[in-house]
Ligand binder design. Structure first.
Ligand code: FES
Length: 219
């Protein structure tokens, strides 16, 4: 007959056989039931994180926003631009990155016919495709921005006209000072050409998607 001391030792043994767990086998320390419970909890935690972390990032994003003053780059005299076609210019967006920190933009003067409600004296469109970031090129003959990577097509306002891009091309703020055109910070747009804080390529901003993807003020 097992003594009280033996019974206590069996209860504290790491092995299921010693603890008298039904179905336990030699060398087993965790019961299958406990293993499955742990697995289910881990999967549940991962699923919660998949939904919760982007929302948390969105909520905390403004806390880490770039506090530096707005940068304005001179891209030329007003006389160098017109309201009929886009003129390419190169600006620096990451001063510490050398050539890699430069990007091409397209600049056009706003005309009476332009229907978007963005209050900017010039329309300055980013060449970074809103699908995966390849550089787009403006084709005057068709008045389209074309992406060579996966066939993304945008109209003359940068709105998606075909292919996989998920939102319009980003734009840059503009101001005119002393007859010079100055280009400021980048911003993103939804499909109605309404302004949003800057998002990465492939991030939607229509509807609830705007709450899923956090802004990226430094891009
Ligand atoms: S990166 Fe432009 S269409 Fe894919």
């Amino acid at each position: 007959m097992a003594s009280l001391k033996d019974t206590d030792k069996q209860k504290r043994s790491p092995y299921t056989v010693d603890r008298g767990v039904p179905g336990g086998f030699e060398g087993e320390t965790v019961t299958r039931r406990r293993l499955f419970e742990g697995g289910a909890l881990a999967v549940g935690g991962l699923a919660s994180a998949a939904f919760g972390l982007p929302a948390l990032g969105f909520a905390l994003g403004p806390v880490f926003s770039d506090p530096s003053p707005r940068r304005l780059r001179d891209v030329g005299a007003e006389a160098e631009f017109n309201d009929q076609t886009y003129i390419p210019r190169v600006i620096t967006i990451a001063p510490d990155s050398g050539e890699a920190g430069k990007t091409t933009i397209y600049v056009r003067k706003r005309s009476q016919q332009d229907t978007d409600r963005l209050d900017q004296p010039y329309i300055v469109i980013s060449t970074r495709c809103a699908h995966l970031g390849c550089p787009v090129r403006y084709v005057q003959a068709s008045e389209r921005f074309i992406c060579p990577c996966h066939g993304g097509i945008y109209d003359r306002y940068g709105k998606v006209a075909g292919g996989p891009p998920v939102r319009p091309l980003d734009r840059f703020e503009t101001v005119v000072q002393g007859g010079r055109v100055l280009v400021g910070d980048r911003f993103s747009l939804n499909s109605k050409l309404e302004r949003f804080s800057t998002r990465d390529p492939s991030n939607h901003v229509d509807g609830l998607w705007q709450y899923i993807y956090p802004p990226r003020p430094t891009t």
